[in-house]
Design a protein around this ligand. Structure first.
Ligand code: 5RP
Length: 295
């Protein structure tokens, strides 16, 4: 372990320098064929980006707003997502097996919203993930949290299993209520997840210095949507994330809690894959939602 006294502040992020490559997913050029193939089910080859629809929230929140009936509310949106993130329970019970979207399975669990959320365990066997044709499995790291060490060890265990079977691992940087959400914290958390072997890292957008978070993480960063915002604000956040180096979004509430989830998903796709500016994407949202309460 390096001596941690007198550490210099990191500052040379070379945010625009090209990354090592030859494969359309950052950091995966040296992975095996099966893992690259699975990553290609998540990240589009033409843009190198993904729109992942997240609806795994029930694993600790129960039937939250918008997820009361996944079969009725979410399944119709799946054809328009590049990838979907959910629990195996939601997948088996509520999503048609002919879906083309890349499957990202929530692989951690334990505490509910009533308890300490960092007290998580691995809650999925890699064999079941392979049986479900998962492209990736997802697990949280609680950097700075009460159970930081165990959550990082959980990630490493899952990466070992993922590497054995060619299944990618999505490391999710979970933020405790009392933690400062700034670029410095997210550089730390995302880099730890990548160094422990995560193939994709999900984190939150921050207004200041987000490009240093994406530049210093050697694998793709995808951005969580967070709490429901007005549509234009959510599209602005998605746009800035992409322009500052994110490889996509892993968005839940800002899509499925919109009055017009399908229209919002289309607008997010335009921002992520076509670099459409937020105001223009918002117009697309308004056009698509005009006269239709649920589309
Ligand atoms: C829940 C998650 C969610 O998948 C993630 O937070 C994305 O959803 P949202 O956009 O609603 O924040 O990891 O544990």
């Amino acid at each position: 372990m390096a001596d941690t006294d007198g550490l210099l502040e990191a500052r040379n992020f070379e945010a625009t320098a090209p990354v090592a490559g030859g494969f359309h997913v950052k950091g995966a050029h040296a992975q095996d064929w099966g893992l690259q193939n699975r990553l290609s089910r998540i990240f589009r080859r033409d843009t190198g980006r993904t729109v992942m629809l997240a609806f795994d929230h029930g694993y600790f929140l129960g039937p939250m707003a918008g997820l009361e009936r996944i079969d009725a509310n979410i399944a119709p949106l799946v054809p328009d997502a590049d990838a979907i993130m959910m629990t195996r329970g939601a997948l088996r019970t509520s999503i048609p097996s002919h879906s083309d979207a890349g499957i990202v399975l929530r692989a951690s669990g334990g505490p509910s919203i009533l308890r300490d959320l960092s007290d998580e365990h691995i809650a999925l066997d890699i064999e079941d993930a392979v049986r479900l044709n998962a492209a990736a499995v997802a697990i949280q790291v609680f950097v700075g949290g009460e159970h930081e060490s165990r959550s990082v060890a959980n990630l490493a265990t899952l990466v070992d299993a993922g590497q054995r079977h060619g299944v990618a691992v999505l490391g999710v940087t979970a933020v405790g209520k009392d933690m400062v959400r700034d670029a410095r914290y997210f550089r730390l958390a995302t880099r730890i997840a990548a160094e422990m072997g995560a193939h994709i890292v999900k984190t939150y957008y921050v207004d200041q210095g987000f490009e240093t978070v994406t530049a210093s993480c050697p694998v793709p960063i995808i951005v969580a949507g967070g709490k429901k915002l007005p549509e234009l604000d959510a599209l602005t956040m998605a746009y800035r994330s992409i322009q500052e180096g994110a490889a996509g979004v892993d968005m839940g509430r800002n899509i499925f809690q919109s009055e017009h989830p399908a229209a919002m998903l289309a607008a997010v796709r335009a921002v992520v894959h076509d670099d459409v500016k937020p105001e223009e994407a918002y117009e697309l949202f308004r056009e698509r939602s005009a006269g239709n309460a649920t589309s």
